[in-house]
Design a protein around this ligand. Sequence first.
Ligand code: NAG
Ligand code: NAG
Length: 623
Amino acid sequence: MLALCVSISQNKKKIKNPLSLSLFFFLPGNTKWSPKRGWIWNQFFVLEEHIGPDAQYVGKLHSNSDKGDGSVRYILSGEGAGSIFIINEVTGDIHATESLDRERKAHYVLHAQAFDRNTEKPLEPKSEFIIKVQDINDNAPKFPDGPFVAAVPEMSQVGTSVYQVTASDADDPTYGNSARVVYSILQGQPYFSIDPKTGVIRTALANMDREAREHYAVVIQAKDMAGSVGGLSGSTTINITLTDVNDNPPKFPQKNYQLYVPESAQVGKPVGKIKANDEDLGVNAAIKYSIINSEGAAMFSIATDRDTREGIISLKKPLNYERKKTYTLHIEGVNTHVEPRFSYLGPFKDTATLKITVGDVDEPPVFSMDYYIMDVYENARIGTEVGAVTARDPDSKNSPVRYFINLSEHGDKYFNIDMDSGVIKTTQSLDREDMPWHNITVMASEVDNPSLLSHVPVTVQVLDVNDNPPEIKTDEVVVCESSRPGQVIQTIAAVDKDDFANGQRFSFSLLSGIPVNPNFTLKDNEDNTASIIARRRRFSRLVQELYELPIVVWDGGEPALSGTSTLTLQVCPCQWNGKVQTCQDERGLLSSAGLSTGALIAILLCIVILLGRCCLSGEGYGR
Ligand SMILES: *[C@@H]1O[C@H](CO)[C@@H](O)[C@H](O)[C@H]1NC(C)=O
Ligand SMILES: *[C@@H]1O[C@H](CO)[C@@H](O)[C@H](O)[C@H]1NC(C)=O
């Protein structure tokens, strides 16, 4: 029976393993066979990193058949057999010839056999066993991925966790303390601390201020052998940055500022800037400005430029040096992003006073009104005064003012202006019926500085004078052949180009000074109309188709004007109800042939004359 024999020096007890191999176990660091470790029947142990002149003894193979007479030959095969591990064929002693590294190869699988030296027959079946390489602390802890970067908000509470480091140790973690690592801080105190077991880095100092110091290089050491003297160590650096919190209020560098703004500054446009500084970053430095006194806020506004964090001061209303020469603005800058937990560091605002001095600027003349409305009667003689404009220099030196009419608008065609007095006069007789309004532009400039011009619109209304006679509106009158005396043939009305503010009032009559018309008369209805009335019956188209009736119409003007219109009355056959039967049709036909009314009348007259002759001759002949 082949055995890996283990002999214990203390008790020399001989124990058989299940594989019938006895194993001699050599405990590292101990010159004696040790019983302290339990038997592992198929294992040898060999100490790694053995240095020394002699090969390291590993153990001994022993067969029960071995009587010690040298007839047994031990053979070793498997991993490292014959090279790393050599066996004494006679004694069964195994030695390791090389220094081994557990971290490279932790165990070797080998096979043992015992032969009869004489017969070369195996005395035992082949047995497998393992040589384990025993760990020594030959590896230092390492931080493979360092250096590291971490961040923690400034002003964090003491003990705030920042980062966790983990060192690795290649030594056997299951045996001894070679891989048992303890962390300590080499650099970074008193700001940070590290938990020796977990490697968690925490803040160790209250009120760490980013604005005072932002970056910390913390050096951490990991030491094995549980940190004891003689342990191996490795270190790494953690670059810790304090991140910003809003722990600083905005601050104006000065308490008092001055700004000069010319009175000509445009409303709505920026006139100046102001800036409060904030040591914080980003949103923690975001600021909003406002003008907190009503006098300042009434005239100026302040907006915040998000990028530059400046307060942009703009004008709200026009400045007037002659009225007010200085303004005081109380400007407040407030952080927009305040964290309640830091409110004890507040208030997160600051104020400054801005004194604005208004600058005098030579301004153009100012008219007494924004626009002028004047009037003048039509037909007024040339040179009639229409009105006057006035403008004055608003500046303190009060320069004299000169007036002009804008030539480009042809305003000068009808009017001129007295350069010194601003009095506007007509240069033409005006016709209301032609142009009821004249819109002109008057300019004013200062004698001292003619380049400063002001404009004002002037509207001149032309007032009416009764200079147009009235006219009859109607021009076609039809007389039914069946008309009887007293019958109203048509009601007529009148028009007048003049403008009667209270409505137009017309009166009508037949032209006087001629014999009384036996055929028609006129009745003034006293409601601005008149009626043409028949005085006899039996009008006949065949006898006389057209009659002329001169009518005089008077307007209600002061003095009244009259116009005479001669109406042409056409005789037509009518239906029993007074409706014209045929005249209209014939005339319409002729009109549509493209003949003017004049031509039409001429043709009709010809026909009448021809018919008249024919009839007359016929009558005469008949008599
Ligand atoms: C002139 O002004 C009057 C009153 O403002 C206006 O009714 C009229 O249309 C204007 N005429 C012209 C030609 O602009
Ligand atoms: C009146 O009618 C008759 C008959 O048609 C005519 O001769 C006469 O000239 C007319 N008178 C006037 C004033 O039209």
